[in-house]
Design a protein around this ligand. Structure first.
Ligand SMILES: NC(=O)c1ccc[n+]([C@@H]2O[C@H](COP(=O)([O-])OP(=O)(O)OC[C@H]3O[C@@H](n4cnc5c(N)ncnc54)[C@H](O)[C@@H]3O)[C@@H](O)[C@H]2O)c1
Length: 270
């Protein structure tokens, strides 16, 4: 197996149908000891059981270096070391006032609180969790950051989310240079469209702002967006993201660092 005896921590992996759980399944299949973390109140325990393979769950705020340092120390004690951190924690959801955005400006329709919350959940988490993991990472190990296609071009419906994820892309390249002398590789994945809890919330916001969509389910709205935007014509799955994460983590990618790859069916090429 590609990742025998490797220890991986995946943040924000408490949702059963989330990208984090999909990544966890792919790592577990390749023989890794998987640790998933998420905020209190998320179904971390049942998600871990569903993944199987002795997955360990730890409650911790990925934006808190103190909480994540305690989690990493716990991992090292229980698993004997740390090889890979996957910074997956994040929040999407509607962040603009659609009516105000349509008549004036999306950026003007956002509150400071929403901006700060997006930066904390989507960028600070990557910074703080990485700082907690770096002192423990074994040589030859790595960090894998989950950004978004929203990082790669203007994101009018998600201005703060897009800016935070662009920060994740930039931080990936900085960390890659910073950690190269220790032979720690840092790479990034930009997922496209996946129907997780994040998109359930986003389609709910879209539905409320567009009364003509009232009779459609959130899932149908999502499928319409996928059909309209995706050259390969299909949504992505958490395992599509997990397969690239496994490759980045393996020795097959031993000369790859500071890279950003979109797993998006071609959306970002257009
Ligand atoms: N679903 C998509 O289409 C899509 C597209 C591009 C990028 N992404 C990114 O993929 C990642 C996973 O998203 P998802 O779609 O699986 O959504 P999700 O809502 O199912 O999972 C995100 C998880 O992150 C957790 N989280 C948020 N803030 C946290 C914090 N401070 N500390 C610990 N955990 C925290 C949430 O509790 C949640 O369980 C996110 O970074 C998201 O931005 C998703």
């Amino acid at each position: 197996m590609l990742l025998d005896d490797k220890v991986v921590v995946i943040t924000g992996a408490g949702q059963p149908n989330g990208i984090g759980a999909g990544i966890a399944k792919c790592f577990s299949k390749e023989g890794a000891q998987v640790v998933i973390t998420d905020l209190p109140g998320t179904p971390l325990g049942s998600t871990g059981k569903a993944i199987g393979g002795g997955v360990i769950g730890i409650e911790a705020n990925a934006a808190s270096q103190v909480e994540m340092s305690a989690a990493m120390e716990d991992v090292v004690k229980r698993c004997g070391g740390l090889d890979i951190l996957v910074n997956n924690a994040g929040i999407g959801g509607p962040t603009i006032d659609y009516e105000e955005a349509a008549s004036a400006s999306a950026v003007m329709s956002m509150s400071d609180d929403v901006w700060d919350a997006q930066m904390e959940a989507n960028l600070r988490t990557t910074f703080s969790s990485s700082r907690a993991a770096i002192p423990h990472l074994n040589q030859g190990g790595g960090i894998i950051n989950i950004a978004s296609i929203a990082a790669l071009g203007p994101s009018q419906e998600l201005p703060a989310y897009g800016a935070a994820k662009a920060g994740v892309v930039h931080l990936t390249k900085t960390l890659a240079m910073d950690l190269a002398p220790r032979n720690i590789r840092v790479n990034c994945i930009c997922p496209g469209l996946l129907y997780t809890r994040a998109w359930e919330m986003l389609t709910e916001g879209i539905k409320q702002s567009q009364p003509e969509l009232a009779n459609m389910s959130n899932r149908q709205i999502f499928e319409g967006i996928v059909a309209q935007r995706t050259p390969l014509g299909a949504e992505q799955t958490p395992e599509d993201i997990g397969n690239l994460a496994v490759f980045y983590a393996s020795d097959r990618a031993r000369m790859i660092t500071g890279q950003v790859v979109a797993v998006d069916g071609g959306i970002s090429v257009q």
